[in-house]
Design a protein around this ligand. Structure first.
Ligand code: PLP
Length: 371
């Protein structure tokens, strides 16, 4: 056995995205105790910076010490009690995981389904709420990474609130890549991930819960089924001002990385980050269109950071991706679920959303496709 030295790749898949050297070097700084006053000070800054990224004043804004899937699970295990009816919108892989979460919490999932590649239909959600006046929560994915479709968070939250429901929003791929305004849009509970448009290393899941959502968490009739993800306990560790009580050992160096990525987001400016993702998408679109490659998602609801494109007729999906990886050290994503074998998913997330990557990807594809 020897030290592991990974190849240097360009990551243009559905995540992880390229990690900026500043973030990698932040991670290599000396590990200190997770209750060290200096570490606690940094945790407070991470919370501050996350509030900026989410555009929220929610006190309960912090990173869960595990990847995006744990953020998803945190939202469901804390907010869904046995018997609760939850409207779950499914327009791709991650909506299906939400359904699985609801059921594992003993909840009843009412499905609102849209075709893969489409945004969640507000009309269908309205109809589902009218048919299910006892529903308590509406859950949907903002940025569906399996297809590249963006749903209208603001409108969906308005509809949910009109029917007195809380909202759970998955913005693992949305955060920092497209407009997201948690307070203004009335999101009650949201989770994200570090390895997509924040361009940080994988393994942490920023979440934010508002007072309405926390009221439900504090007044549950049953204990949260997960000890580790129970916000009633986690709040004692991440809570503002209060003396920190040991809950688990925070991933110290991973949090240095998240801190650095959020400082970089603040330096760039959130709206500039959204604009950069949009501009890089336009450049990629121009390059792919020249190669005759077509997009899966309608332009009106297309995510700039996740580009699903149809694999051209007669082209071997796996062979092309293997050649891109082996010859060019370039990773693009395969299709998932219903789109497996039919599409490629080209990510322009975070530090990966830059002009040199767009040019590299389009020229490598051109070579490999033999144009
Ligand atoms: C990536 C992703 C997740 C899961 O995040 P992990 O960090 O892989 O656990 C959840 N939802 C969406 C929309 C994602 O893109």
């Amino acid at each position: 056995m020897q030290s592991f030295n990974p190849p240097v790749r360009t990551l243009m898949g559905p995540g992880p995205s390229d990690v900026h050297p500043r973030i990698l070097s932040a991670m290599a700084r000396p590990t200190i105790g997770h209750l060290d006053p200096e570490f606690v000070r940094m945790m407070d800054e991470v919370k501050q910076l996350l509030k900026y990224a989410f555009q929220t004043e929610n006190e309960m804004t912090m990173p869960v010490s595990a990847p995006g899937s744990a953020g998803m699970e945190t939202a469901f295990v804390n907010l869904v009690e046995p018997g609760d009816k939850v409207i779950v919108c499914i327009n791709g892989v991650f909506g299906m995981r939400m359904k699985e979460n609801v059921e594992r919490c003993g909840g009843v999932a009412v499905l609102v389904e849209d075709d893969w590649g489409m945004a969640v239909s507000p009309e269908k959600v309205e109809a589902a709420l009218q048919a299910n006046p006892d529903a308590k929560i509406v859950a949907f994915v903002h940025a569906e990474t399996s297809t590249g479709a963006c749903s209208d968070v603001k409108t969906l939250c308005e509809i949910a609130h009109k029917h007195d429901c809380l909202t759970i929003v998955d913005s693992v791929t949305g955060l920092a890549g497209v407009e997201l305004r948690v307070d203004e849009w009335g999101v009650d509970a949201i989770y994200s991930g570090t390895q997509k448009c924040l361009s940080c290393t994988p393994g942490l899941s920023p979440i934010s819960f508002n007072e309405r959502a926390l009221h439900k968490v504090r007044n549950r009739k049953t204990k949260v089924q997960s000890w580790f993800l129970d916000l009633n306990l986690v709040m004692g560790y991440w809570g503002q001002g209060a003396k920190r009580t040991y809950h688990h050992t925070a991933p110290v160096n991973g949090l240095y990385a998240l801190h650095e990525s959020l400082v970089m987001l603040k330096e760039e400016g959130l709206e500039n980050s959204w604009a950069r993702h949009a501009a890089m998408h336009e450049k990629l679109k121009a390059g792919l269109t020249e190669l005759g490659i077509k997009f899966v998602v309608d332009e009106a609801v297309r995510l700039p950071q996740l580009n699903s494109v149809w694999i051209p007729e007669g082209v071997d999906d796996a062979a092309v991706r293997a050649e891109l990886l082996n010859t060019y050290n370039l990773e693009i994503g395969a299709g998932l679920g219903a789109l497996a074998g039919k599409v490629w998913r080209i990510g322009l997330m975070g530090f990966s959303a830059k002009e040199e990557n767009v040019l590299f990807c389009t020229s490598a594809l051109k070579k490999v496709l033999g144009k």
